[in-house]
Design a protein around this ligand. Structure first.
Ligand code: IMP
Length: 499
């Protein structure tokens, strides 16, 4: 006999709908706050709060330097993946910590490069502006943009023949502040301002088109010295090497990346980090049961990730037969969290992770008791994910693969030699453009749902949400139906035209 059999099926987020509550002027969209506790701290340190309830998954195809920078600016966090060497990961953390809003560290080209080669590079990278520096140094010689050449007419010429030479350029010398760079740029007629040191070595570029964005990030998540807050993933194998490297690079928060966090390995990792680096909060996971929650919190986790088997690239349930619908997992863990809070006064944030597709899933996950959500697929589609765009069947896509896929595990084959199977797949997602252009719609839909419930904060959403399981027919009814939709591949046979 098994220890336990539960006959009530576990449920997914999409099986639920929110019932509306009383909407008031306090809960209109502009009064709604999406602020969420990121990790538990004894002093309830305001530094450890997110301004949007979304984080990007610790995955090779999702969370690199660009995603970590842009999402922190927009109020969330991207968890920098650990499926790379400690040194590579520490370099990523360092880049985010050193990032100065609006200051881009550009790719440079040499003066003797042919315009034909520059043109290919431009097509490949997607940048239009390249600073020209002396071979093997950072000495600024000029800047070349797409407006300075015609790739057919000038193909055989050298970059130095077409660039705007250094003596004709306005540059900023040792400028560290974006507002000051903005002033100099406004005085010039240029679209881009090179920033150099006293010896005229190139340091950064500041783009006119970027400035507005960088001056205006009211939700930015900052740590000490106005640097962006950075979170990085670790594993339960090499933490004694990895954590010191990440801390040295300036990491603020760590998260243990594992599909099954209810393990003594995870407890040992938590004990070790909490003993050696008590100033760095660690998020544990993933778990899907109340006992998993109690175990990890006892071991010292300052937040927990919840979910097993639901991710869009995940085949854990099929391969191992373990898992739980995300809705049930959140409910069980959030109940345990609330009991723990009543008993101890310590509020441990719960993160819903895996299979969250859109804003309606996010708000249902929050309503069930999650404090914020982790998403992979959603962020993999964005410009800032670390992958290159590809065109498939006339659609622009980006590759997306699981951390348990053979592609991700390739970084260190030896470790996984003992595993004879994969837990993740590799595929493609539709390219969606910049994060900054996509997030506002998602956030506004989340706020609109909260407004309907009558909740101005996520805490109020937890207290006031009423949810109901919906039938499959009810889900069908909730979509556009029984009309002809021009431009869509309609299944006419299923249209009910009525009497
Ligand atoms: P998504 O948002 O539905 O794409 O799910 C992303 C989540 O799937 C991640 O945050 C992980 O928890 C999980 N995940 C990532 N890679 C794998 C894998 O290879 N197998 C199983 N789960 C994975």
């Amino acid at each position: 006999m098994p220890k336990k059999i539960i006959y009530e099926p576990s449920r997914t987020l999409m099986e639920f709908r929110l019932l509306p509550g009383l909407t008031t002027k306090e809960t209109v969209l502009e009064n709604i706050s999406l602020r969420a506790p990121f990790v538990y701290t004894e002093t309830d340190d305001p530094k450890y709060y997110l301004n949007i309830p979304m984080v990007a998954a610790a995955m090779q195809s999702v969370s690199g330097v660009n995603m970590a920078i842009e999402l922190a600016k927009l109020g969330g966090q991207a968890f920098i993946y650990s499926s790379q060497t400690p040194k590579q990961q520490a370099t990523m953390v360092e880049k985010v910590k050193k990032h100065k809003a609006g200051f881009v560290e550009p790719e440079t080209v040499p003066p003797d490069m042919l315009i034909a080669d520059l043109h290919n590079l431009r097509n490949h990278r997607g940048y239009n502006t390249f600073p020209v520096v002396d071979n093997g140094s950072r000495k600024l010689l000029g800047v070349i943009t797409k407006n300075d050449y015609d790739y057919k007419m000038h193909a055989d010429q050298k970059v130095e023949e077409r660039m705007i030479a250094r003596k004709e350029l306005v540059v900023g010398v040792e400028i560290e502040d974006i507002k000051e760079a903005n002033k100099v740029l406004k005085e010039s007629h240029q679209s881009v301002l090179p920033i150099v040191d006293e010896k005229d070595n190139l340091r950064y570029l500041v783009f006119r088109k970027d400035i507005r964005n960088h001056l205006d990030n009211p939700l930015e998540i900052l740590a000490e010295n106005k640097s962006l807050m950075v979170t990085a993933a670790i594993n339960t194998h090499d933490y004694e090497d990895r954590v010191p490297a990440l801390v040295e690079a300036g990491v603020d928060v760590l998260t243990i990346d594992s599909s099954d966090g209810h393990s003594t390995f995870q407890r040992d990792t938590l004990h070790w980090v909490n003993k050696n680096y008590p100033q760095i909060p660690v998020i544990g996971g993933n778990i899907i049961t109340a006992s998993g929650f109690e175990f990890l919190v006892e071991a010292g986790a300052k937040a927990v990730k919840v979910g097993m088997g639901g991710g869009s690239i995940c085949i854990t349930q099929e391969q191992k037969g373990t898992g739980r619908g995300l809705a049930t997992a959140i409910i069980k863990v959030a109940e345990a969290r609330d009991r723990y809070y009543e008993g101890t006064g310590k509020y441990i944030p719960v993160i819903a992770d895996g299979g969250i597709v859109n804003s309606k899933d996010v708000v249902v996950a929050l309503a069930m008791g999650a404090d914020y959500v982790m998403m992979g697929r959603y962020f993999a589609r964005m410009e800032e994910s670390p992958t290159e765009k590809v065109t498939i069947n006339n659609s622009v896509m980006k590759p997306y693969w699981g951390e348990g896929s053979s592609r991700a595990r390739d970084w260190k084959k030896a470790r996984y030699n003992q595993l004879q199977f994969v837990e993740g797949v590799e595929g493609f997602v539709h390219y969606s453009g910049k994060l900054r252009d996509n997030l506002p719609e998602t956030l506004s839909k989340i706020k609109a749902s909260m407004s309907s419930v009558g909740a101005a904060t996520i805490v109020e959403l937890h207290e006031r949400a009423e949810l109901e399981v919906v039938s499959a027919l009810s889900i069908r009814e909730g979509k556009a139906h029984d009309i002809y939709l021009p431009g869509k591949d309609a299944d006419y046979s299923s249209i009910n035209w009525g009497d």
